[in-house]
Design a protein. Sequence first.
Length: 161
Amino acid sequence: MQVSMIVNGEEVTREIEGRLLLVHFLRDHLGLTGTHWGCDTSNCGTCVVWLDGEPVKSCTVLAAMAGGHEVRTVEDLEQGGELDPVQRGFMECHGLQCGFCTPGMMMTARALLDRNPDPSEEEIREAISGQICRCTGYATIVRSVKWAAAHEASTPAGGAS
């Protein structure tokens, strides 16, 4: 079947099998390997992307279901050569160790900050509760998101695109 969607602001059309998951479409058909594939069961959250502005686990969405919709991946956080405050926060506060969960965490954090520019630690922990990090213990991830919130105003694009 043929599927068309907007991915990171560009229209893409590909021939796919109807059973193809969005995570595999992004990685294997579009070469967007920033979206990680961890479990295929929606347990880990490494594959979080945005579908029409809402974070979704792309291992639970068929690529065909994304047809006609907008998808945003971690590759789209950096804009005009400037890292998103979330990306900078993860660097500044060591919000990653192995980096495997990081793209999904960043996409979830960006969505949270777009809805709530000054979240509490509890709100951050709730937002990322559907994602597993096996390395950090989450403290540095929470600090990274807090850092991003505090530095949002100094970003030319305001963080969101």
